[in-house]
Design a protein around this ligand. Sequence first.
Ligand SMILES: [Zn+2]
Length: 256
Amino acid sequence: MPEVLEEVIQFLQESEVVLVIVGAGLSRPSGLPTFREDPGFWGHAIEEIATKVAFDRNPAQVWNLYERMRRLALDATPNEGHLALARLSKAKPSCLTITQNIDELSTDAGHELGTLQTLHGSLFDLKCANDACTFKGRNVDRRTFDLLVCPECRLSYLRPGVTWFGERLPLDVVQKIDAWLEFHERIDMVLVVGTERTPYLHDALLRGAKVAWFNKMEGHVEDMGDADWVVDGDASMTLPYVIDSALAGVPEHGLS
Ligand SMILES: [Zn+2]
């Protein structure tokens, strides 16, 4: 077994307080496109789609793209990476997972809900584009929906219940993460999974955490920043191996 894996497994085994930061790379093996690696799916730069300005300019275009993504997410199933993180959440109750994904696959995987914070909302949530309106809804229907006017205020369109660039993160989620950080003066380890965007990493580093980065490097080595270890590969394969080994004790035979 490569030395880096051995070290990550051993450190995770000994860690009690673990922060997991999840991004789109975890859901890609479940068939969901990412903005960065699958720009063809979106047809636009993320900054031209995932903003309120873009929605106000062309609501039908933005709605239709998110609706396509919602349908894909509805048909997708959690992969072994999501399932392994769910097992970790049960085995180490002090663990907190912050996901930037909007596909609800971590929830579907059976992740302990009290230890999962969804930073950017959900494809299946609906809200009103009018900030003064409090309408909230769910959209888990298998049909494709066209843009609808809000049934409550009838002044604006409904929009996906996701956090767009330039928008505030959901207050209840931020408060829960802050409370967790306040409670844990020391964090043993951070697992960064399938993302280069690392909210709250700085808070964890200040609390002494070591960082393991699970990412598919596609042959090129990027700036690993604060990572103590880089686990290169498909997170749906590397995560279960590392997590299950850490939870069970290191096996005799390595990853082949
Ligand atoms: Zn409304």
